[in-house]
Design a protein around this ligand. Structure first.
Ligand code: SF4
Ligand code: SF4
Length: 261
Protein backbone atom coordinates (compact mmCIF):
# COMPACT_ATOMS: atom_id res chain seq x y z
CA UNK A 1 0.00 0.00 0.00
CA UNK A 2 1.13 3.54 -0.48
CA UNK A 3 1.51 4.66 3.11
CA UNK A 4 4.30 7.16 3.43
CA UNK A 5 6.23 6.57 6.65
CA UNK A 6 8.94 8.83 7.96
CA UNK A 7 12.26 7.24 8.82
CA UNK A 8 13.26 7.09 12.45
CA UNK A 9 16.50 6.10 14.10
CA UNK A 10 15.40 2.58 14.84
CA UNK A 11 14.36 -0.16 12.41
CA UNK A 12 11.49 0.51 10.03
CA UNK A 13 8.25 -0.10 11.99
CA UNK A 14 6.57 -3.40 11.12
CA UNK A 15 2.77 -3.09 11.44
CA UNK A 16 1.16 -5.33 14.04
CA UNK A 17 0.49 -8.91 12.92
CA UNK A 18 2.74 -8.62 9.83
CA UNK A 19 6.22 -9.89 9.08
CA UNK A 20 8.71 -8.14 6.86
CA UNK A 21 9.36 -9.66 3.42
CA UNK A 22 12.88 -9.31 2.06
CA UNK A 23 14.76 -10.79 -0.89
CA UNK A 24 13.93 -14.39 0.00
CA UNK A 25 11.00 -15.92 -1.92
CA UNK A 26 7.73 -16.39 -0.04
CA UNK A 27 5.25 -19.23 -0.50
CA UNK A 28 1.75 -18.35 -1.65
CA UNK A 29 -0.78 -19.27 -4.29
CA UNK A 30 -4.37 -18.07 -4.67
CA UNK A 31 -6.51 -20.01 -7.14
CA UNK A 32 -10.09 -21.18 -7.62
CA UNK A 33 -9.26 -24.53 -5.95
CA UNK A 34 -8.43 -23.18 -2.48
CA UNK A 35 -11.13 -23.85 0.11
CA UNK A 36 -11.19 -20.18 1.10
CA UNK A 37 -11.71 -18.96 -2.48
CA UNK A 38 -13.31 -15.45 -2.41
CA UNK A 39 -13.57 -15.39 1.41
CA UNK A 40 -11.35 -12.34 1.41
CA UNK A 41 -13.76 -10.45 -0.92
CA UNK A 42 -16.33 -10.12 1.90
CA UNK A 43 -16.56 -7.57 4.68
CA UNK A 44 -13.34 -5.88 3.64
CA UNK A 45 -12.22 -2.61 5.18
CA UNK A 46 -10.47 -1.37 2.08
CA UNK A 47 -8.89 2.01 1.41
CA UNK A 48 -9.11 3.28 -2.15
CA UNK A 49 -6.30 5.47 -3.44
CA UNK A 50 -6.86 8.07 -6.19
CA UNK A 51 -5.57 5.76 -8.92
CA UNK A 52 -7.81 2.93 -7.67
CA UNK A 53 -10.86 5.18 -8.05
CA UNK A 54 -9.75 6.26 -11.51
CA UNK A 55 -9.29 2.68 -12.75
CA UNK A 56 -12.54 1.44 -11.23
CA UNK A 57 -14.72 4.29 -12.49
CA UNK A 58 -13.33 3.81 -16.01
CA UNK A 59 -13.85 0.07 -15.78
CA UNK A 60 -17.47 0.59 -14.71
CA UNK A 61 -18.05 3.39 -17.23
CA UNK A 62 -19.11 5.80 -14.48
CA UNK A 63 -18.40 9.48 -13.93
CA UNK A 64 -15.98 9.70 -11.00
CA UNK A 65 -18.58 11.59 -8.94
CA UNK A 66 -21.08 8.79 -9.56
CA UNK A 67 -18.52 6.16 -8.58
CA UNK A 68 -17.79 7.99 -5.33
CA UNK A 69 -21.48 8.39 -4.57
CA UNK A 70 -22.34 4.75 -5.33
CA UNK A 71 -19.33 2.88 -4.01
CA UNK A 72 -17.19 4.92 -1.63
CA UNK A 73 -17.30 6.59 1.74
CA UNK A 74 -15.11 9.11 3.52
CA UNK A 75 -13.04 7.78 6.42
CA UNK A 76 -10.30 8.88 8.79
CA UNK A 77 -6.94 8.87 7.04
CA UNK A 78 -3.45 8.31 8.42
CA UNK A 79 -3.37 11.97 9.56
CA UNK A 80 -6.07 14.49 10.55
CA UNK A 81 -5.61 16.93 7.65
CA UNK A 82 -7.09 15.03 4.71
CA UNK A 83 -9.78 12.36 4.63
CA UNK A 84 -9.28 8.87 3.25
CA UNK A 85 -11.71 7.01 1.00
CA UNK A 86 -12.98 3.48 1.56
CA UNK A 87 -14.87 1.04 -0.63
CA UNK A 88 -18.43 0.25 0.49
CA UNK A 89 -19.36 -3.40 0.71
CA UNK A 90 -22.80 -4.48 -0.57
CA UNK A 91 -25.45 -4.46 2.15
CA UNK A 92 -26.42 -8.10 1.55
CA UNK A 93 -25.68 -11.38 3.35
CA UNK A 94 -21.99 -11.68 4.19
CA UNK A 95 -21.34 -8.09 3.03
CA UNK A 96 -19.60 -9.02 -0.23
CA UNK A 97 -17.58 -6.59 -2.30
CA UNK A 98 -20.00 -5.03 -4.83
CA UNK A 99 -17.80 -6.28 -7.68
CA UNK A 100 -17.83 -9.91 -6.60
CA UNK A 101 -19.68 -12.35 -8.86
CA UNK A 102 -20.22 -16.11 -8.57
CA UNK A 103 -17.07 -16.92 -10.50
CA UNK A 104 -14.88 -14.21 -9.02
CA UNK A 105 -13.94 -10.57 -9.33
CA UNK A 106 -15.78 -8.74 -12.14
CA UNK A 107 -13.23 -5.89 -12.21
CA UNK A 108 -10.16 -8.12 -11.97
CA UNK A 109 -7.97 -6.19 -14.45
CA UNK A 110 -8.78 -2.96 -12.62
CA UNK A 111 -9.05 -4.25 -9.07
CA UNK A 112 -7.72 -1.90 -6.37
CA UNK A 113 -4.11 -1.83 -5.14
CA UNK A 114 -4.95 -3.58 -1.88
CA UNK A 115 -6.53 -6.56 -3.71
CA UNK A 116 -3.64 -7.02 -6.11
CA UNK A 117 -0.98 -6.61 -3.43
CA UNK A 118 -2.65 -9.03 -0.96
CA UNK A 119 -1.40 -11.04 0.96
CA UNK A 120 1.41 -8.49 0.98
CA UNK A 121 1.15 -4.87 2.07
CA UNK A 122 3.46 -2.17 0.79
CA UNK A 123 4.82 0.95 2.47
CA UNK A 124 7.23 3.55 1.17
CA UNK A 125 9.75 5.40 3.28
CA UNK A 126 11.04 8.90 2.65
CA UNK A 127 14.71 9.08 3.51
CA UNK A 128 15.83 12.67 4.14
CA UNK A 129 18.20 13.90 1.44
CA UNK A 130 17.31 11.14 -1.04
CA UNK A 131 15.07 11.60 -4.07
CA UNK A 132 13.85 8.05 -4.41
CA UNK A 133 11.56 6.38 -1.89
CA UNK A 134 12.56 3.20 -0.11
CA UNK A 135 10.01 0.44 -0.39
CA UNK A 136 8.99 -2.14 2.21
CA UNK A 137 6.74 -5.15 1.85
CA UNK A 138 5.01 -6.92 4.74
CA UNK A 139 3.27 -10.30 4.80
CA UNK A 140 -0.20 -10.47 6.35
CA UNK A 141 -1.19 -13.66 8.20
CA UNK A 142 -4.98 -13.93 8.19
CA UNK A 143 -5.98 -17.36 9.49
CA UNK A 144 -8.78 -17.68 6.90
CA UNK A 145 -6.35 -17.34 3.98
CA UNK A 146 -5.13 -20.80 2.99
CA UNK A 147 -3.01 -19.55 0.08
CA UNK A 148 -0.03 -19.54 2.47
CA UNK A 149 -0.18 -23.35 2.61
CA UNK A 150 0.18 -23.75 -1.15
CA UNK A 151 3.54 -24.58 -2.69
CA UNK A 152 4.17 -21.87 -5.28
CA UNK A 153 7.02 -19.50 -4.53
CA UNK A 154 7.41 -15.86 -5.52
CA UNK A 155 9.99 -13.18 -5.00
CA UNK A 156 8.62 -9.66 -4.53
CA UNK A 157 9.66 -8.77 -8.11
CA UNK A 158 7.80 -11.81 -9.46
CA UNK A 159 4.73 -10.92 -7.40
CA UNK A 160 4.77 -7.33 -8.70
CA UNK A 161 4.99 -8.59 -12.30
CA UNK A 162 2.36 -11.29 -11.78
CA UNK A 163 -0.15 -8.84 -10.29
CA UNK A 164 0.66 -5.97 -12.71
CA UNK A 165 1.53 -3.82 -9.71
CA UNK A 166 4.10 -1.50 -11.25
CA UNK A 167 1.68 1.08 -12.67
CA UNK A 168 -0.27 1.07 -9.39
CA UNK A 169 2.89 1.41 -7.30
CA UNK A 170 4.11 4.31 -9.39
CA UNK A 171 0.82 6.19 -9.06
CA UNK A 172 0.51 5.36 -5.36
CA UNK A 173 4.03 6.65 -4.69
CA UNK A 174 3.13 9.98 -6.34
CA UNK A 175 -0.02 10.04 -4.22
CA UNK A 176 1.96 9.23 -1.04
CA UNK A 177 4.08 12.30 -1.67
CA UNK A 178 1.00 14.50 -2.06
CA UNK A 179 -0.64 12.97 1.03
CA UNK A 180 2.56 13.57 3.03
CA UNK A 181 2.27 17.22 1.96
CA UNK A 182 -1.40 17.30 3.07
CA UNK A 183 -0.23 15.99 6.46
CA UNK A 184 1.58 19.32 6.94
CA UNK A 185 -1.86 21.04 7.16
CA UNK A 186 -1.43 23.33 4.15
CA UNK A 187 -5.02 24.65 4.24
CA UNK A 188 -4.09 28.04 5.66
CA UNK A 189 -6.60 27.87 8.47
CA UNK A 190 -9.53 27.04 6.18
CA UNK A 191 -10.13 23.64 7.76
CA UNK A 192 -11.83 20.60 6.30
CA UNK A 193 -14.67 22.13 4.35
CA UNK A 194 -12.57 24.97 2.97
CA UNK A 195 -12.13 25.79 -0.70
CA UNK A 196 -8.53 24.55 -0.88
CA UNK A 197 -9.29 21.15 0.58
CA UNK A 198 -12.34 20.73 -1.65
CA UNK A 199 -10.19 21.52 -4.67
CA UNK A 200 -7.59 18.97 -3.53
CA UNK A 201 -10.27 16.33 -2.96
CA UNK A 202 -11.65 16.93 -6.46
CA UNK A 203 -8.22 16.45 -8.06
CA UNK A 204 -7.56 13.25 -6.12
CA UNK A 205 -10.97 11.54 -6.21
CA UNK A 206 -13.09 13.20 -8.87
CA UNK A 207 -10.90 13.26 -11.96
CA UNK A 208 -13.80 13.89 -14.37
CA UNK A 209 -14.76 16.99 -12.44
CA UNK A 210 -11.10 18.09 -12.41
CA UNK A 211 -10.99 17.67 -16.22
CA UNK A 212 -14.04 19.93 -16.54
CA UNK A 213 -12.42 22.42 -14.12
CA UNK A 214 -9.19 22.46 -16.16
CA UNK A 215 -11.13 23.07 -19.37
CA UNK A 216 -13.26 25.79 -17.82
CA UNK A 217 -10.30 27.66 -16.30
CA UNK A 218 -7.77 26.92 -19.06
CA UNK A 219 -5.43 25.48 -16.45
CA UNK A 220 -3.17 23.58 -18.89
CA UNK A 221 -2.48 26.67 -20.97
CA UNK A 222 -1.01 28.42 -17.92
CA UNK A 223 1.96 26.07 -17.75
CA UNK A 224 4.86 25.10 -19.97
CA UNK A 225 4.19 21.53 -21.00
CA UNK A 226 5.67 19.52 -23.83
CA UNK A 227 3.27 19.01 -26.74
CA UNK A 228 3.16 15.24 -26.28
CA UNK A 229 2.62 15.67 -22.51
CA UNK A 230 -0.27 18.08 -23.11
CA UNK A 231 -1.82 15.63 -25.60
CA UNK A 232 -1.50 12.73 -23.13
CA UNK A 233 -3.07 14.78 -20.32
CA UNK A 234 -5.99 15.66 -22.59
CA UNK A 235 -6.85 12.07 -23.44
CA UNK A 236 -5.66 10.01 -20.48
CA UNK A 237 -7.05 10.26 -16.94
CA UNK A 238 -3.90 8.82 -15.33
CA UNK A 239 -1.79 11.53 -17.00
CA UNK A 240 -4.28 14.16 -15.81
CA UNK A 241 -4.02 12.79 -12.27
CA UNK A 242 -0.20 13.02 -12.41
CA UNK A 243 -0.56 16.62 -13.62
CA UNK A 244 -3.14 17.26 -10.87
CA UNK A 245 -0.73 16.05 -8.17
CA UNK A 246 1.96 18.40 -9.48
CA UNK A 247 -0.56 21.24 -9.72
CA UNK A 248 -1.66 20.78 -6.10
CA UNK A 249 1.94 20.87 -4.90
CA UNK A 250 2.48 23.99 -7.04
CA UNK A 251 -0.60 25.98 -6.01
CA UNK A 252 -0.89 24.85 -2.38
CA UNK A 253 2.72 24.16 -1.50
CA UNK A 254 4.55 26.68 -3.65
CA UNK A 255 6.71 23.85 -4.95
CA UNK A 256 8.41 24.12 -8.35
CA UNK A 257 6.66 21.08 -9.77
CA UNK A 258 5.35 23.00 -12.83
CA UNK A 259 6.69 25.91 -14.86
CA UNK A 260 4.23 28.76 -15.36
CA UNK A 261 4.21 30.43 -18.80
S1 SF4 B 1 -12.37 -5.70 -6.14
FE1 SF4 B 1 -12.40 -7.82 -6.80
S2 SF4 B 1 -10.63 -8.78 -5.77
FE2 SF4 B 1 -11.08 -6.85 -4.71
S3 SF4 B 1 -12.43 -7.39 -3.00
FE3 SF4 B 1 -13.72 -6.81 -4.75
S4 SF4 B 1 -14.20 -8.71 -5.81
FE4 SF4 B 1 -12.45 -9.11 -4.44
S1 SF4 C 1 -8.33 -15.90 1.35
FE1 SF4 C 1 -6.26 -16.00 0.43
S2 SF4 C 1 -6.15 -17.88 -0.77
FE2 SF4 C 1 -8.31 -17.52 -0.21
S3 SF4 C 1 -9.12 -16.46 -2.01
FE3 SF4 C 1 -8.43 -14.88 -0.61
S4 SF4 C 1 -6.29 -14.43 -1.17
FE4 SF4 C 1 -6.88 -16.35 -2.16
Amino acid sequence: MGNMMERNDTDFPVPEGRTIVGEEPFTFHCHAGVCCFLTCCHKVEMYLYPYDVLRLKNRLGLHSAEFMHNHARIAEGSHPYFPAVMLNMANTKGYPCPFLRKNGCSVYKDRPSACRTYPLERAVEKIPGQKTLKMHYFMTHHPYCKGHQEERKYTIRQWERDQFLNEYNLMNDLWAEVDAFFATNPWQGEGRAGHRQQLAFMVCYNIDEFRAYCNHHNILSRFRLRKDERRRIKRDDAELLKFGFKWLLFVLGDRRTLQPR
